[in-house]
Design a protein around this ligand. Structure first.
Ligand code: ATP
Ligand code: MG
Length: 436
């Protein structure tokens, strides 16, 4: 017997018990983005590797060790997208979407990173991302945070903290970089291998180290905040003032740096303590340099991405995995066509209800058992025509399968289709399950 094949490590099926949570979350996110004036964009899953090395930065975790890269049959260097921002900018430039105009875009879909799989960290995961182009003001940064806050509020997520920081301008970062390297060099022996490797290439990333020994050194490192110019400082002060005015609590985390090189000025993360180590639900910020870095005209931009797996995990509502609200039964082969038609008539009349027709028929007792298992509230039985009056109008008998609908009185006799439908509309109006 051949061995059965399984999914790749870190890549997961979303099974029927979970798909409803996923699609509800996806439509909530899409709807929210729309309410803020964002339009959907869909980019390919595969891009030229150069897009990410140029966009995200050569010396980042993602580009150095996490990308799924391969040579196409014709030798092109390709990569499964590890994030959406670079692809989104590429698409905007390719199609002239941000030429002399403001543009707000959102997307949702799978991203790929070859990381060590663990709870909240997978090799194929899903992000919802929003990107806004052509806006300079701090009000955009804050509007993005407001949108995320609205998402948490709609999902009933309360245990979440907003952390913000500013990375200043490129000039401020390079002045700070020089003194940071000198300081870290002086404490070289106390750093770990990863930090030592980052020393010359990407020292800012060392500030983000999770290693307590490195954190102890970093705690006394020269702060980027001391190298900001006046415009950067004013900008960050305005972000904070606008957040305060909007009633959004936040903390300034001077060690928040982000793992992608394109960020400048405002960066932010929404973090929860309810998920253990992988607590960042959403991360974003400003990236005013990326559009020109990818070949476009200098264009201010900002956005965020949130991870769907971590949200699903946080919401973790067990799905009620029923499949029907009304179950149509039939007892004789002669009623088969009537049953199919009845089920379709019910779908017409009750568009938000799930109607299941007893396929493969079988004995009525058997059908009742299946109806019960489906979770349906009502069974509707097609009465067989009387042999004496084969052309008499059809009659449907209704039976309650659950105790819950106490407010309704089940008709004792079979009804005409019109009466039955009218009765069901009324009954399900008061006991209807949530439409899907
Ligand atoms: P981390 O520091 O956790 O590695 P990151 O800086 O790499 O995060 P981003 O690239 O900013 O994360 O991604 C934004 C969001 O996407 C994260 O906050 C998280 O919710 C989600 N995310 C990132 N990588 C993964 C992954 N491998 N598996 C699941 N979700 C992820
Ligand atoms: Mg990462």
């Amino acid at each position: 017997m051949s061995k059965t094949l399984q999914t790749l490590r870190g890549m997961h099926d979303v099974l029927p018990a979970q798909t409803l949570s996923w699609s509800r979350l996806e439509s909530l996110l899409a709807h929210t983005a729309r309410r803020y004036g964002y339009q959907e964009i869909r980019m390919p899953l595969v891009e030229h590797t150069a897009l990410f090395t140029r966009g995200i930065g050569e010396v980042t975790d993602i580009v150095e060790k996490e990308m799924y890269s391969f040579a196409d049959r014709n030798g092109d260097a390709l990569t499964l997208r590890p994030e959406g921002t670079a692809s989104c900018v590429r698409a905007c430039l390719e199609h002239g979407l941000i030429h002399n105009q403001q543009r707000k875009l959102w997307y949702i879909g799978p991203m790929f990173r070859h990381e060590r799989p663990q709870k909240g960290r997978y090799r194929q995961f899903h992000q919802f991302g929003v990107e806004a182009f052509g806006v300079n003001g701090a009000e955009l940064d804050v509007e993005l945070m407001l949108m995320a806050a609205r998402i948490w509020q709609q999902l009933g997520i309360t245990e979440v903290e907003l952390q913000i920081n500013t990375l200043g301008s490129a000039a401020a970062r390079s002045a700070h970089r020089a003194v940071l390297i000198a300081y870290l060099q002086a404490h070289r022996e106390a750093l770990d291998d990863e930090a030592r490797a980052r020393l010359e290439t990407n020292p800012l990333r060392i500030l983000d180290s999770k290693n307590p020994a490195v954190q102890a050194i970093v705690a006394h490192a020269p702060a980027l905040a001391d190298y900001l110019d006046e415009a950067d400082r004013d900008n960050f002060a305005e972000v904070q003032a606008l957040l305060t005015a909007a009633g959004i609590p936040f903390v300034v985390n001077p060690r928040l740096v982000r793992g992608l090189d394109y960020y400048n000025r405002t960066v932010f993360e929404w973090v929860t303590h309810s998920l253990g180590a992988q607590g960042t639900l959403c991360a974003g910020g400003r990236y005013d340099g990326l559009v020109s870095q990818l070949g476009g005209k200098a264009t201010p931009a900002a956005g965020f991405a949130l991870g769907l797996e971590r949200l699903i995990e946080l919401l973790a509502q067990p799905d009620n995995d029923t499949t029907a609200d009304i179950y149509v039964l039939w007892s004789e082969p002669a009623s088969k066509a009537a049953a199919l038609n009845a089920a379709d008539a019910l779908r017409d009349a009750l568009p938000s209800q799930r109607v299941h027709c007893a396929l493969d028929g079988g004995g009525l007792k058997n059908q009742h058992r299946r109806a019960d298992r489906s979770g349906a509230l009502f069974a509707l039985r097609i009465e067989p025509p009387e042999p004496a009056t084969p052309d008499a109008p059809p009659r449907w008998a209704i039976k309650a399968l659950r105790d819950e609908p106490t407010s309704v009185i089940i008709p004792s006799a079979a009804l005409s289709p019109d009466e039955a439908i009218a009765w069901l509309i009324k009954a399900l109006g008061t006991t209807a399950t949530a439409p899907t």
